[in-house]
Design a binder for this molecule. Structure first.
Ligand code: PAF
Length: 281
């Protein structure tokens, strides 16, 4: 696997691949890679001739400076994992390389980006769209891979691609969970062993709510989740929304949509964890 740090080197390598008629998959990441990322990379490797994985902690998507500073940076270990997964190029640029000047572009995909994470992390999706659109321009991939754990991000990126006519396919990949159900996240590394146990209640509650939903209304199911998280030691609910999986708008009855997803954000101590589950698909 080749490791490149500049757009120039990246594009030189990509030109050589394209000259051989190779298809290119892109997996954008912020590093601190785990088995969830590995599943995206392996899928891209299976579906494309070459796979580029970007490893870049994007400052413009952090609305909390401490979160940006504390974000784990583990490039060496990341490159080992990417190599094992069969990636072709790891692209690990500096902030100056990606943003030679401040990015003043504004991306707005209301109402997709005004609810849930968009409400609690103002500017977050603008930053995500800034960096992802730059990566699409730099790499010009045939396909790009994103995890469904960031369910709202995936919906917004699909909309950006649609509105900006990027000639590529977005591939959404299922959440990867630990054996006990906890959704994999780079932030899990920051949980103490006690918090790790407490955090388990998030996925357990979501799984239980799918059963509960079979004989209860949307409002009752929402209450069920809110009550269980409120009763769980060490956890503080930021929001739980039951939404249409395409529009991300709240549903009020199970018949409102054929695609219903429950999206949750919970603080475990200082660590902000997100997860989601499908009720109808
Ligand atoms: O999901 C992430 O890790 C990031 O938001 C992404 C898509 C790599 C953009 O920085």
């Amino acid at each position: 696997m080749e490791i490149v740090h500049t757009v120039r080197d990246l594009q030189a390598s990509l030109s050589a691949l394209r000259a051989q008629g190779k298809t290119v998959g892109l997996v954008p990441t912020m590093g601190a890679l785990h088995a969830g990322h590995a599943s995206l990379v392996k899928r891209s490797v299976a579906e494309n001739d070459a796979t580029v994985v970007s490893v870049f902690v994007n400052p413009t998507q952090f609305n909390d400076k401490t979160d940006l500073e504390k974000y784990p940076r583990t490039l060496e270990a990341d490159c080992r994992l990417l190599d094992e997964c069969g990636a072709t190029i790891a692209f690990a640029p500096s902030v100056e390389e990606v943003y030679p000047e401040p990015d003043t572009r504004r991306f707005s995909y209301a109402p997709l980006d005004t609810v849930m994470e968009g409400k609690y992390r103002p500017g977050h999706f603008n930053g995500v769209c800034q960096v992802v659109s730059k990566l699409f321009d730099m790499v010009k991939p045939d396909r790009a891979y994103f995890g469904e754990k960031d369910f709202q991000q995936l919906a917004i990126i699909r909309e950006m691609v649609r509105q900006m006519h990027f000639p590529l396919q977005i591939v959404g990949c299922p959440i990867v969970r630990e054996a006990d159900g906890l959704a994999l996240s780079s932030r899990n590394n920051r949980l103490t062993p006690e918090q790790r146990t407490e955090a388990l209640q998030i996925s357990q509650t979501l799984f239980a709510s799918v059963e509960y939903a079979k004989s209860h209304t949307v409002a009752e199911t929402k209450q069920f989740v809110e009550d269980r998280i409120a009763a769980a030691p060490g956890l503080r609910l930021e929001y739980f929304s039951l939404v249409d999986g395409n529009t991300l708008q709240d549903v009020s009855a199970w018949d409102d949509s054929t695609y219903i997803v429950g999206c949750i954000t919970v603080f475990c101590g200082e660590i902000r964890l997100i997860d989601n589950i499908k009720y109808k698909e």
